[in-house]
Design a protein around this ligand. Structure first.
Ligand code: NAP
Length: 312
């Protein structure tokens, strides 16, 4: 009987790897755990988890012998780690291998928004370039002031890229980092007040909910642009929508939202927002590396070895 459950929307390549190395039972989401019979559930020792639906006490109760949950992705906010730790269940994630892609997308979104690339493209396609001549002027990005909320692995990659754009780097993190020439801010309002571009690269989960508050958004000001590649939960989305609609900030570029993929329809009506469908790590190369690291964590656990990238 198989000892592994693979939960989530795996693509064909990922399924091939999982089948080859772990022969798991596949489920489309955590709600389907209840459909397994008792013998199947009791045989499960490890879960390969992918997705953003909550995996918590209910699922853990149904899998009494599970000892490890290996998440596909660095953000593990869908998994109730406190519940897992209380039961002695190990949790792992896939840090590092996706930093470049997420940082690339953040920088691209910042430039797309600052240089109005989406708007300008639609304008040219509509025939207005030919009819009206030059596109309106927009804002210079290189040499500007940028703030990173959360200078972790991804935040650092973003800042390193933007330093090459000659930007003045400011950041908020719980502790000051060894980054000569960059300015640490002790609170996010002071950070937002000091910059024109604010990029959110925090972990998700209850501790960072609405960390980018109404006050932070207000401090960004009418020339300010917010970029979020972390989780929809880290930003007060209602306050952000109000600020975008009223012009209290200039724009936003967002890869993550509350209630994805059924995001607030108010976003679709705004032409000062770049919308990306949560595709930060979505390249063939990086997804293959994430899938391999997830499988390696499951194999380590089943082989009674230390997890490669534990989170608890
Ligand atoms: P990381 O290295 O752990 O960095 C996380 C940052 O969050 C750090 O700056 C850390 O602050 C801060 N942080 C952690 N716990 C906090 C708390 N309780 N309160 C306030 N700040 C806290 O993580 P990472 O690898 O850079 O990934 C960051 C996040 O990006 C992930 O958790 C995920 O949600 C998101 N992500 C998104 C995509 C996408 O497709 N858009 C892809 C991958 C990841 P300190 O510096 O003070 O420790």
């Amino acid at each position: 009987m198989t000892h592994t459950l693979a939960i989530g929307p795996y693509n064909d390549d990922e399924k091939q790897g999982l089948t080859r190395e772990l022969s798991p039972i596949y489920l489309d989401g955590p709600a389907s755990v209840a459909n397994l019979d008792a013998a199947q559930r009791e045989a499960i020792k490890a879960v390969a988890y992918k997705g953003h639906h909550a995996f918590g006490a209910t699922e853990m109760d149904l899998l009494p012998n599970v000892g490890a949950v290996a998440n596909y992705g660095v953000g593990y906010d869908a998994i109730d780690v406190k519940e897992a730790s209380a039961r002695g269940i190990k949790v792992s994630n896939t840090p590092g291998v996706l930093n470049d892609d997420v940082a690339d997308l953040a920088v691209a979104m910042l430039i797309m928004q600052g240089r109005e690339m989406e708007h300008a493209s639609a304008w040219a396609r509509s025939g207005k370039w030919a009819e009206q001549g030059e596109y309106r002027l927009n804002r210079k990005v290189s040499g500007g002031r940028v703030g990173i909320v959360g200078l972790g692995r991804i935040g650092r990659e973003i800042a390193d890229r933007l330093a090459a754009f000659k930007m003045d780097i400011h950041y908020w993190s719980r502790s000051e980092k060894d980054t000569p020439g960059w300015t640490h801010h002790a609170d996010p309002v002071s950070l937002a007040d000091a910059v024109d571009y604010l990029i959110v690269a925090l972990v998700g989960g209850p501790d960072t909910e609405q960390f980018v508050s109404k006050e932070v958004i207000a401090a960004l000001g009418s020339r300010g642009v917010l970029v979020n590649i972390s989780r929809g939960s880290t930003v007060d989305e209602g306050a952000l929508l109000d600020a975008l609609e009223s012009g209290a900030i200039a724009g936003a570029a967002l890869d993550v939202f509350l209630n994805e993929p059924k995001i607030d329809a108010r976003f679709y009506a705004l032409d000062n927002v770049v919308i990306q469908p949560h595709q930060g790590s979505g390249t063939v190369e990086t997804r293959a590396a994430m899938a391999k690291l997830q499988r390696d964590n499951v194999l380590a656990f089943l082989g009674a070895k230390e997890l490669l990238t534990p989170v608890n």
